[in-house]
Ligand binder design. Sequence first.
Ligand code: BTN
Length: 275
Amino acid sequence: MAQRRKGAYMDEPLDGAEIKERLDTRIVGGTLEVHPVIDSTNLRAVALARAGAPEGLVVVAEEQTAGQGRLGRRWYAPRGSALLISLLFRPPLIPAQAQRVTMVCSLAAVHAVAEVGGLEARLKWPNDIVVADAKLGGLLTELGVGDGNLGYVVVGIGLNVNLDVAQLPDLIAPATSLSAALGRPVSRRDLLVSFLQRADDLYGGLRNGWSPRAAWREALVTLGRAVTVGTPQETLQGIAEDVDEDGALLLRMEDGALRRVLAGDVTLRGHGIRL
Ligand code: BTN
């Protein structure tokens, strides 16, 4: 691995055949596409989902020209610096439970970072992966709902791996990467295999009735903190008290009422950091 510039390293390109060979999974990675360049892995996975692709499909790219972030934002990652992954699931859940699949994938990412990088990443509600309050990655979930039924769930994950965060434009928040946090490069191949393997284990559990709530709650940095939550409708302030089975935030308001918040953008007021 040759160093390109401070904090940024180019490791081997992702090799779909090698990754499939190393996987021992039941569902995840049944089909695996690796694209040198694509508009967005989520766009591709959603198109394949609509065309009837089976669950377990994984779309990976070295580079995205139109990477999508939450709340209509763009997601940037220089070629070969990140893991850019979308996974297709068809869980036996109702639409209101779909966040459970995102919870499973975020826990799989935390596991992979620990296993391959030896680093404890945490989660920031609803869908950020953080190290020391700086953003290491994020998840963007898209649902297909028809007649009130959950047709598909596409979970997209971007993880900054061998990346100099100074290369990222328009940062709205402190960002980090594994190479920046560790001071050494990390194999994206090993990280991808670890992530897919754990996602398969946890998703298998979810299908069999396991609840990711306790593990997810443990991994969250948000709980117990004073937060400001921006939702499309309003801005709420309170203490992030808990999360429920479906990943909703339970916010203790200043008047003592408990509000259930499904999605939003959180500022951790104690630290004053907007991620
Ligand atoms: C966020 O805003 O924090 C979520 C970012 C999700 C980015 C990933 S990269 C792979 C997948 N494809 C996309 O276009 N977006 C997601």
